[in-house]
Design a protein around this ligand. Structure first.
Ligand code: BJ8
Length: 383
């Protein structure tokens, strides 16, 4: 049975981030436009159409949290505190090199934090409707998409043409396909790739300013892994297969994803914003591009939407497609929307899919690692 292992010269997410700091500095020296982003609801295509590079600003460590807590409550999501802390201390080169920030009113903590972040840099905040199906939700969101285009045009003194947006949609759809194909390698049983590598590669690649390069890299790695499966994995017994759901895992990759695999299971899928759910849903290339962008991003299944039945539907499909034996839900401290939704997720997983489920409440500090290990160890034994 294959053990947890990483390829030679494996680059961790913090290492990839450091390398990307230099890339951003070089881009800035070449006078390239850089826009900081946070969320899956962000219409990246408009940033691309403005000839700008999008860079992810989500905080992943606890170093800057004490600085954030001077203005934000202690009992707040670590992702929000880490992101603001990195910006306010000027310790995040991505924030430093960003000309502006494009963000959305997702959860209460984020939207109020952006008000403080707006004191540091121009932040364009898209107002997200509270539900996807409410009367006027799509029309409202479409106007928000238009306001992003107009703000980018005004901020940079440019015109974003319809052709530019159409080209950006096509390129991002090709990128989505490459990312999805890479994720789907883990549908093979046993999986020839660890979930830790999947999470790392996908998150690290978000820093790649050259999407063609990113697509080529992912296609090559996908082909290598399929070949590896044929040569070394096919026909061998599989370790228990775990699906991650809940909050984004970039800040707890070592703490949870890697530990599950060191404890004897394979993380084969992610039903969270670090996973393929958004990638399975390309933007319609035939429609009016602004309408198509608005429709696409309003379909994102995040717990900040009420109601959010699409998440259970996605879980249903993913559990079957990835032949999952157990689900681990990651709940970051004080993330109320995912914490409340976890009740429905637990019932669905245990009563409808008849597989074990565990919720791990955590933050970015290392203090609860031993307790998490004990709980994950017992969970893996169960599978
Ligand atoms: S689309 S998951 S990236 S909002 S974990 S900050 S929700 S309190 S990150 Fe997210 Fe967009 Fe949704 Fe995805 Fe708030 Fe929860 Fe913290 Fe969160």
């Amino acid at each position: 049975m294959p053990e947890f292992s990483l390829p030679e010269n494996f680059e961790t997410y913090p290492e990839a981030r450091k390398k990307a700091f230099i890339t951003m500095k070089e881009l800035k020296e070449q006078s390239r436009r850089i826009v900081g982003v946070f969320c899956t609801y962000t219409p990246w295509e408009l940033i691309l159409a403005a000839d700008a590079v999008a860079v992810v600003l989500c905080g992943i460590g606890d170093d800057n949290i004490p600085a954030a807590e001077l203005r934000l409550p202690k009992n707040l999501c670590p992702l929000i505190k880490a992101s603001y802390g990195a910006a306010v201390t000027d310790r995040c080169p991505f924030f430093y090199f960003s000309d502006m920030v494009l963000a959305e009113t997702t959860c209460d903590g984020k939207k109020k934090m952006y008000e403080l972040m707006g004191e540091l840099k121009h932040c364009h905040i898209m107002q997200l409707p509270p539900g996807k199906t409410g009367r006027g939700a799509l029309e409202f969101w479409k106007q928000e998409v238009i306001s992003v285009k107009e703000d980018l045009e005004q901020f940079y003194g440019i015109t974003i043409t319809e052709d530019k947006i159409r080209d950006a949609i096509k390129l991002r759809n090709r990128e989505r396909k490459a990312v999805l194909d890479f994720f789907e390698v883990a549908r093979l049983k046993p999986s020839p790739i660890s979930g830790y590598e999947i999470n790392t590669v996908i998150s690290s690649n978000e820093f790649s300013p050259d999407l063609e390069e990113k697509i080529a890299f992912l296609n090559q790695r996908t082909a290598e892994l399929k070949d590896l499966y044929e040569r070394e994995y096919k026909g061998k017994p599989s370790r228990p297969r775990v699906l991650i759901t809940g909050c984004p895992t970039n800040g707890v990759m070592d703490k949870i994803v890697k530990r599950i695999e060191e404890l004897g299971a394979d993380v084969v899928g992610f039903e969270n914003c670090c996973g393929p759910r958004e990638k399975k849903d390309p933007i319609d290339e035939e429609k009016d591009p602004i309408t198509a962008i608005a429709e696409k991003y309003l379909r994102v299944n995040c717990s900040v939407m009420s109601p959010n039945p699409g998440r259970l539907e996605a879980l249903d499909v993913q559990i079957d497609e990835y032949q999952v034996d157990g689900v681990v839900e990651v709940l970051l401290q004080a993330c109320h929307t995912f914490a409340i939704e976890s009740d429905a997720v637990k019932k669905f997983v245990t009563q409808k899919k008849h597989i074990p489920y565990i919720a791990i409440n955590t933050d970015y500090s290392p203090s609860d690692q031993a307790q998490i290990d004990t709980r994950l160890g017992a969970f893996v034994e169960l599978l």
